[in-house]
Design a protein. Structure first.
Length: 323
């Protein structure tokens, strides 16, 4: 392949990547809709409301009936539901949690108004988003920089640090410093998240380690092709399907569920759970991030063993004797 052919091939490959990125980022946005969205209904007309919701769209909601308003509030606070419709005593009351998803809160408010026949049904935000970020725009924009910086750190460590031990040290250093600095900005300056600074910094550090570690681990285990594989996985699948600006149940399936198994989606869910819900629902995303970190370390270990064996072969090989 001559220079002209190589240039044309690279240009075509770049255009293909561009097209794939447009699809990956735009397709979920234009196909946002409730899909088995967990909600609860309560009160004397709960069965009637549940039937109306099911008739409106059979696949939109996963409806659970509870006894009263206190049980509905508990389900929201425990992240078992995104919202509730409480009947009895006149007009239905809508309970939402904008901290879990401002888009879902708006959707439930609109639907409850349609069910009650009133343009503005009474709404109470049980778990509100941060007052400095009521629509969650800042929170949604926070995830991509964490992913991008993790990819950048992984690429730099893979290309500039040849020793596996040095890469591991660099990963831990990036995770600690990156977690502390990022939460100093997010919490101290921008005021996007409430809660313990050190706990949130530890989560940001774990996210940084998981993303950067995946890049470094794959590069160590399979070579430079691993850098591209890890970066594309995090950017083309992980970020657009992270549901950082919406909710996993609003995305086309199974992509919404798959996004929660990747570091960007797990990061968004874990940060929401710890910052706004006192840790409710944090176990699953925490295990996902720890799993990615463990896989990264395992890949680094495999790369180290492979490099050690490659170094030992020449040392043990017989030395030819000149005749």
């Amino acid at each position: 392949m001559n220079t002209t052919q190589r240039a044309l091939a690279l240009g075509a490959a770049a255009a293909l990547i561009q097209a794939i990125m447009l699809i990956a980022f735009a397709w979920p946005a234009v196909n946002t809709a409730p899909r088995d969205l967990p909600v609860v209904v309560a009160g004397p007309q709960a069965t009637m409301v549940a039937d109306k919701l099911a008739q409106r769209d059979p696949d939109a909601f996963e409806i659970t009936t509870v006894t009263d308003e206190s049980a509905a509030r508990a389900a929201i606070s425990d992240r078992e539901a995104y919202g509730a419709i409480v009947t009895g005593g006149g007009q239905p009351q809508v309970l939402v949690a904008s901290a879990a998803s401002p888009i879902v809160a708006q959707t439930l408010t609109a639907i409850a108004g349609q069910l009650s026949g009133a343009p503005a049904a009474p709404v109470q935000d049980v778990v509100a988003a941060d007052p400095d970020d009521p629509r969650g725009a800042g929170f949604g924009a926070m995830v991509l920089p964490l992913v991008m910086s993790g990819i950048a750190a992984g690429v730099l460590l893979s290309l500039l640090v040849p020793a596996v031990g040095g890469r591991v040290i660099g990963l831990f250093g990036f995770a600690v410093v990156g977690g502390l600095l990022s939460m100093a900005i997010v919490q101290g300056w921008l005021s996007l998240l409430p809660g313990s600074y050190l706990t949130l910094a530890a989560i940001a550090g774990l996210v940084s380690f998981a993303v950067a570690g995946t890049v470094v681990g794959l590069a160590t285990a399979i070579g430079r092709a691993g850098i591209g594989l890890a970066a594309l996985t995090m950017l083309l699948i992980g970020n657009p399907f992270s549901a950082a600006t919406s909710a996993p149940e609003l995305l086309p399936q199974p992509w919404g569920a798959l996004g929660q198994l990747l570091p960007p989606g797990a990061a968004a869910t874990l940060l929401r759970s710890v910052a706004f819900f006192d840790g409710a629902g944090a176990a699953a995303p925490l295990m996902v991030l720890l799993g990615w970190a463990a896989v990264a370390l395992a890949l680094l270990g495999i790369g180290a063993l492979r490099g050690r064996r490659a170094d030992e072969v020449p040392a043990n090989a017989p030395i030819p004797v000149a005749a």
